[in-house]
Design a protein around this ligand. Structure first.
Ligand code: PEP
Length: 263
């Protein structure tokens, strides 16, 4: 199995923070983390669309990769309200978040649509961050791994082993996300990460399937971040609320960086 040589940590700021607020956040996060070598740390921030152009300058100066929260799968056309890959490229986006639970479950996105977006992102040289995760009902029914398998097998349909090295996966159980969420236990997260890895290896083989980082997201905070990152199959953290204050995010990063020994 390929060894992952970086720790992946990032945040999606959802529909919070204006451009000015995002710039201030990035500046503060950059100052806070300036001494942490980026060779071993992939730090990324995914702000609102209207922040991206400003954010690109501030993120680059801070050694932070920039992401977009969504993307249309056509280059251009009569798709009112969609943002094309060409537009994201123009403003310097690297990562494209695909299939966050709020888009799947709040806005009705399907696995087939996530697949179109993932393939489009890869075609345009972005890093797709494909989010997968089961609902509370699916967990109770004991079908979490089956759901993850479906989301991955449809979401990654048509992706080649060569492209698979450019993927990031976020495991975000729907029941763990947001203010009413309960974080997954480290054991539960580890089992699901292992299940996801098995599907990636089945799809792309040992090397390519082992190369894509799998990040855990869902009510990560300063208390549970160290125990989650210590799990062998957890390659990084995708954090919401607890990361939106740059000082708190910095504390979490500093807590987990020493625990990273490479996997
Ligand atoms: C998320 O929405 O992707 C997320 C992980 O949020 P939170 O950490 O706030 O649960």
């Amino acid at each position: 199995m390929a060894r992952l040589d970086k720790l992946y940590i990032g945040t999606n700021t959802k529909m919070y923070k204006t451009g000015a607020q995002t710039a201030a956040f990035l500046d503060r996060l950059g100052q806070n983390t300036a001494d942490l070598a980026r060779e071993a740390l992939e730090l990324f921030v995914i702000p609102s669309f209207t922040s991206l152009e400003t954010a690109a300058r501030h993120a680059a100066a801070a050694g932070i990769s920039l992401g977009a929260q969504n993307m249309g799968w056509e280059d251009e056309g009569p798709f009112t309200g969609e943002i094309s890959p060409l537009m994201l490229k123009e403003v310097g986006v690297k990562v494209v978040e695909i299939g966050h639970s709020e888009r799947r479950h709040g806005l009705g996105e399907t696995d087939e649509q996530e697949n179109l977006k993932t393939r489009c992102a890869l075609r345009h040289g972005f890093t797709p961050l494909l989010c997968v995760g089961e609902t509370g009902d699916q967990k109770e029914a004991g079908i979490s791994d089956e759901i993850l398998r479906i989301q991955l097998k449809i979401g990654l349909r048509g992706v080649t082993a060569e492209q698979a090295g450019g993927l990031w996966i976020a495991y975000e159980p729907v029941w763990a996300i947001g203010a009413s969420g309960v974080p997954a236990s480290r054991e539960y997260a580890e089992e699901r990460h292992q299940a996801i890895r098995r599907v990636l290896v089945e799809l792309f083989g040992e090397d390519a399937g082992g190369a894509a980082p799998i990040l855990y997201g869902g009510s990560v905070n300063r208390q549970n971040a160290p125990e989650l990152i210590a799990m062998p199959a957890v390659d990084g953290l995708f954090i919401g609320r607890a990361a939106w204050d740059a000082d708190n995010f910095n504390r979490i990063i500093r807590d987990v960086v020493p625990l990273w020994k490479g996997k």
